[in-house]
Design a protein. Structure first.
Length: 336
């Protein structure tokens, strides 16, 4: 097949490797190279070792091609149309961590101004490309850290997929479910469970309220705490009230995090019962600290309500540190 004729080189600086381009677009590096070979929609610059270097102009063409193929346009036709896309001036859009311009991922998800990594994740989710999505999520968590990857990459993509479109309430539900499943797997792979042997009494218990089924926010909190070598017991969705209380009595957690996505699932009376559940030996009884997590607790007074993931992690770390310090013998005395 004839390759698309390249336009004259205007000297715009090549700034991206093929791997960086793939992450930003939500495709595999193999796909990027294949488009270059087959359709001539590739990098105009190569290093002395024949490695491709992609400029802002090259990126604009590839973004257009991704948008077209996501709507079902055949790759050859998408390449022809993308070759005529209006390219940005030299220097625009450089830097792999620069927030992208507002717009949509592919042809559907409204993202606004987000990181390039978020646009790549959203594009892969929109195409239902599990292989690319797993790779992009793993790289984002590895390179940005769990908290930044969640707040600046994963959450915006999930929110975009979960928005209800006027007149089309079920649009992209499959994308939201697909993305949620792959995010859950990425979190578990990033932070496997701790080895046995952590001290008893320093655990954090995480559970959704009895009528709550949204677990991802708790999953990422569990992963972030595990990353910091803190022991977590995760109970997931819709834990019945009496089972929650029994779990607190049996395990004696230092902290109990209760997630409520909506006010309809937030149960203040149950949160108070958890907060007053005692555990430990007679004469040294303790009570857990309760963290009210999620937007469902908005307006609740008298409860610790961390506003985000980073704050929740800090709250747990602080309470575990206080508990551990309280169990240490005073200076100059040996433990019995």
């Amino acid at each position: 097949m004839n390759r698309t004729a390249p336009e004259a080189d205007t000297g715009d600086e090549a700034t991206y490797s093929t791997g960086e381009v793939a992450r930003r677009l939500g495709v595999s590096p193999t796909t990027v190279r294949s488009w270059d070979r087959r359709y001539g929609i590739g990098a105009r610059t190569r290093t002395s070792g024949s490695h491709r270097r992609w400029s802002a102009r090259d990126m604009a063409r590839l973004e257009r091609m991704c948008a077209l193929t996501a709507t079902g346009v055949p790759p050859a036709e998408a390449a022809r149309l993308a070759a005529a896309v209006r390219t940005p001036p030299p220097g625009e859009g450089t830097g792999p961590a620069r927030p992208a311009a507002s717009g949509r991922a592919g042809a559907g998800l409204p993202l606004g101004r987000v990181r390039a990594e978020c646009r790549g994740v959203a594009r892969a989710a929109l195409r239902l490309d599990g292989t690319a999505l797993d790779e992009l999520l793993a790289v984002a968590i590895r390179d940005l850290g769990l908290i930044t990857a969640w707040t600046e990459v994963i959450m915006p993509a999930l929110h975009a997929a979960g928005r209800k479109w006027e007149g089309e309430p079920d649009r992209y539900v499959e994308v939201e479910h697909f993305l949620s499943w792959h995010v859950s797997g990425a979190l578990r792979r990033a932070c496997p469970p701790l080895a046995p042997g952590r001290p008893h009494g320093t655990a954090t218990l995480l559970a959704c309220m009895p009528d709550e089924n949204h677990t991802l926010p708790l999953e990422v909190l569990a992963a972030a705490l595990t990353e910091r070598t803190l022991l977590v017991r995760m109970f997931g969705a819709a834990l019945p009230a009496e089972c929650l209380l029994a779990a607190v009595e049996r395990t004696g957690p230092v902290v109990v995090g209760l997630w409520a996505q909506s006010r309809g699932t937030a149960d203040r009376a149950l949160a108070d019962r958890v907060a007053h559940t005692e555990w430990g030996p007679r004469g040294a009884r303790r009570k857990p600290a309760v963290l009210a997590l999620g937007p469902g607790w908005a307006g609740a007074t008298g409860l610790a309500r961390p506003p985000g993931l980073a704050e929740a992690v800090a709250a747990v770390e602080s309470r575990v540190a206080l508990f551990t310090a309280g169990r240490r013998p005073p200076p100059g005395r040996s433990p019995r």
